[in-house]
Design a protein around this ligand. Sequence first.
Ligand code: GLA
Length: 394
Amino acid sequence: MTLPKKLMKTMEDIFGSGDSNRVFFAPGRVNLIGEHTDYNGGYVLPCALEIGTYAVAQKRKDRECHLYSVNFPEEGVITFSLDDLVNDEKDGWANYPKGVIKAFINKGVEVRGLNIVFEGNIPNGAGLSSSASIELVTSVMLNEMFEAGLSMLEMVELAKEVENEFIGVNCGIMDQFAIGMGKNHHAVMLHCDSLKYEYLPIKLDRYSIIIANTNKQRGLATSAYNERRESCESALKKLQGILPLQTVSDITLQQLNDHAELLEETEIKRVRHVITENQRTKKAAQALINGNLSLFGVLMNQSHESLKKDYEVTGIELDTLVELARKQNGTIGARMTGAGFGGCTVNIVEDDKVEAFIEEVGIAYKERIGWAADFYTAKIGDGAKEIDIKEEIT
Ligand code: GLA
């Protein structure tokens, strides 16, 4: 049984057969290169994955929302009223859809009560954006069910605002953008300041994209993330005193060197990462266009080094996975992906070396770190959308 079909069945079991069940999907994402550049007005190059979050919804006659997640059965059905949409710790995962519902109502959309069943197949805590995925699947659902008429870009911006304001995570726009706007067989080259973007075909030829999960629990990730952001913002503020700059990505290496005395050592390192990462991301996009995957791999490796030494967001687990990956015959690039501090690496590996990669890196990682990593072959998929149930059922 496909996941959407299974979900329809769960919907019936829990809420009975409503007359207008509709199914929606939003993917996870992996970023190929361009890390910690989004909130600095720079470039990112992510793609949407085939894995993601599914949701089945049916309208209710009252103003209540009843939400159930197959991933968190122990939490049961979470219930709240459309007239009381506040972030409540006890509602756990349901705060994401709740925040999105609130944002739609704030936009003037006439949302009514809903029963919703969610199920995701993005590995938990892997840094493949399960939170942006649930935000976007909820957005597309509300947009379609209440005919709100928002464009995908508006929903991407709305979801980012929910994450920043309702959830309280100060992220940039990359995850929501990749998940909303992603396209099968393509990466999205996005300039995060202007939101200009381009789809670049991923022609992997005889290579695969392998995602490796450190399985490290990321306890302090949010505060460390916000600290990185603050260092960049304070460096920008200082340099804006003497230079006409809008974002950190406007700073050149020359300017950074010329005015180093205005900045603290940490600020210099953080800004240097952003500048060089933007350069690498532009080169990587060109390498992808030219079909030069080995250059793409070299840039990925350099990106990881910069995230390790200048941005300091890697850690022993990510560094070990990357080091072991690079030792493998047939690996042409390996780097951390996402926020860092744990989560996943992304690797480009020759097809017929993938099996050995997974086995050998897996064994050595477990020996060094003490627990196992997980490996997935990344399949690139489409952005958030409604799923045609009839097609699924026949
Ligand atoms: C997280 C954030 C993104 C981005 C990355 C780092 O995934 O949600 O906005 O900042 O980290 O590139």
